[in-house]
Design a protein around this ligand. Structure first.
Ligand SMILES: Nc1nc2c(c(=O)[nH]1)N[C@H]1C(S)=C(S)[C@@H](COP(=O)(O)OP(=O)(O)OC[C@H]3O[C@@H](n4cnc5c(N)ncnc54)[C@H](O)[C@@H]3O)O[C@H]1N2
Ligand code: MOO
Length: 431
């Protein structure tokens, strides 16, 4: 089924295929990412206005421009004396930070001035207190430095100057800058609300795996990955949902009532109890991407559904094999969220392969690697089967081996990072 087509009532069209052949409806990995990003951009929710302290983690909806010159007035950068003309100087007053001083009355006068205080009109220099002395008759004397000891208005930015473009991620640095140039609130695009539905009633949610049953490893972990991409309201995980079409439709319909993005795990193929495609058909969903020429994770999909309020909701179908589900998260969910948040398409850093990495024929191969941040090298990790998470738990991201190529030592390749927080993998050195 081609991407963009409405799901037919017949449902699934993806069948078993040889390891390297690309199904005609299957999108190239790079094209799939571009397509989901564009779909997210087109559906980005309206901006909201938030107090500065609540804007952390959101995205600027407008360029950040200064509301005043920065600094807004001439400001002393030292404690000392603001002087007029050549010395020695007669002290005519004092100006502290926060005050608005009267002009200096003429040559040979000075006011005591504090760091951050407004320079009085008429000041021709500022003398540091530790480089000044007092004459017997109480005048101030000393030699002015050649470099100015004050900051001129507009030295950092002129009123109206654009400091950051729309689409910038709001972080503490941005919040501080916005405050310093006079903002009380920011218009931002909020991170979407996401929900997770687990399909597969063979899954155990507690205890040890065995006797044909495996632990649900995605229910406890995918929400945490989504939060690292900035999503909210991902604490509630629904499932494992019973392996019937009715139960799938009911679960997805309910999750779509509150979430902008519903991720599902499992059921993307056409096994006897894989119900995702028929469920999407029942909800009138439209595919943005339906299967991607990538290994692992090729059955991944993204579909959109019109909400009752007319706003678009998304369903990301993550394959059931646990590593494949995370491949789908970094491949499709990450660019979708960037689009929905009004951010630029995430750029993929380049790394140098330290060891060979096999290609996957006509498919892109996403290979788990540990990245040495000092040398910029990528080192394949072990235990990387699509059903395994051991390799992923030690990796920083996936090296991208393009279709029809092999990764050779020394090759420069893009890497799709896992959205790890600082300190979440040992930084530097051997692991
Ligand atoms: N005839 C074919 N069968 C399969 C093919 C194929 O090309 N032809 N592809 C395989 C690939 S590749 C993948 S990936 C999976 C995708 O299948 P589904 O998305 O339908 O996932 P399930 O069948 O529900 O589960 C697959 C596998 O993963 C385990 N699983 C599922 N959910 C979880 C979870 N939350 N935590 C841990 N493990 C989970 C499940 O028990 C299965 O072992 O299809 C292959 N089959
Ligand atoms: O595509 Mo499957 O995701 O190889 O395991």
């Amino acid at each position: 089924m081609s991407a963009g087509a409405t799901v037919s009532a017949a449902g699934v069209t993806v069948g078993a295929q040889p390891a390297v052949a690309v199904d005609p409806g299957t999108l190239d990995w790079t094209e799939a990412r571009a397509r989901v990003y564009a779909a997210g951009r087109a559906a980005a929710p309206e901006p909201v206005e938030l107090p500065l302290a609540e804007a952390d983690g959101q995205t600027l909806a407008d360029p950040l421009t200064t509301l005043t010159d920065l600094p807004a007035f001439p400001t002393s950068s030292v404690d000392g004396w603001a002087v007029c003309g050549p010395g020695p100087w007669r002290i005519v007053g004092r100006v502290l930070a926060g005050g608005t001083p009267p002009p200096l009355p003429g040559d040979g006068t000075a006011v005591e001035i504090a760091t951050g205080a407004m320079l009085p009109d008429g000041a021709t220099g500022v003398l540091r207190v530790e480089e000044s002395s007092r004459t017997a008759d109480g005048l101030v004397s000393g030699t002015l430095r050649e470099t100015p000891e004050w900051r001129d208005p507009g030295e950092e930015a002129y009123a109206g100057e654009e400091l950051l473009p729309a689409g910038t991620a709001v972080d503490p640095g941005v919040i501080g800058l916005a405050a310093s140039c006079g903002y009380d609130t920011l218009r931002v695009r909020r991170a979407p609300r996401a929900a997770l539905i687990i399909f597969g009633d063979e899954l155990l949610t507690a205890g040890r795996p065995g006797a044909g049953r495996v632990r649900d490893s995605l229910g406890p972990s995918v929400p945490a990955w989504l939060r690292r991409y900035g999503c909210t309201a991902t604490a509630d995980v629904v499932g494992p949902v019973a392996d019937t079409l009715d139960a799938h439709v009911a679960a997805l319909r309910q999750a779509l009532e509150t979430a902008d993005l519903v991720c599902t795990t499992g059921g993307t193929m056409n096994g006897p109890v894989d119900h995702l495609h028929p469920t999407l058909a029942a909800l009138g969903a439209e595919y943005v991407v339906n299967t991607v020429a990538v290994r692992p994770g090729f059955p991944m999909l993204l579909a959109r559904v019109a909400g009752a309020d007319g706003r678009t909701r998304f369903v990301a179908g993550l394959p059931g094999n646990p590593q494949s589900a995370i491949v789908a998260t970094v491949s499709l969910v990450a660019p979708l969220l960037a689009g929905l948040r009004g951010r630029p398409m995430p750029e993929l850093p380049q790394v140098t392969l330290a060891e060979p990495v096999a290609g996957r024929g006509d498919h892109t191969h996403l290979a788990l690697v540990r990245v040495d941040p000092v040398r910029g090298t990528a080192h394949p990790v072990r235990h990387v089967g699509s059903a395994m998470l051991r390799g992923l738990a030690q990796a920083d991201g996936f090296a991208v081996i393009a279709p029809g190529t092999e990764g050779r030592p020394g090759d420069r390749v893009p890497v799709v990072p896992l959205p790890l927080l600082p300190g979440e993998r040992f930084q530097g050195g051997d692991r």
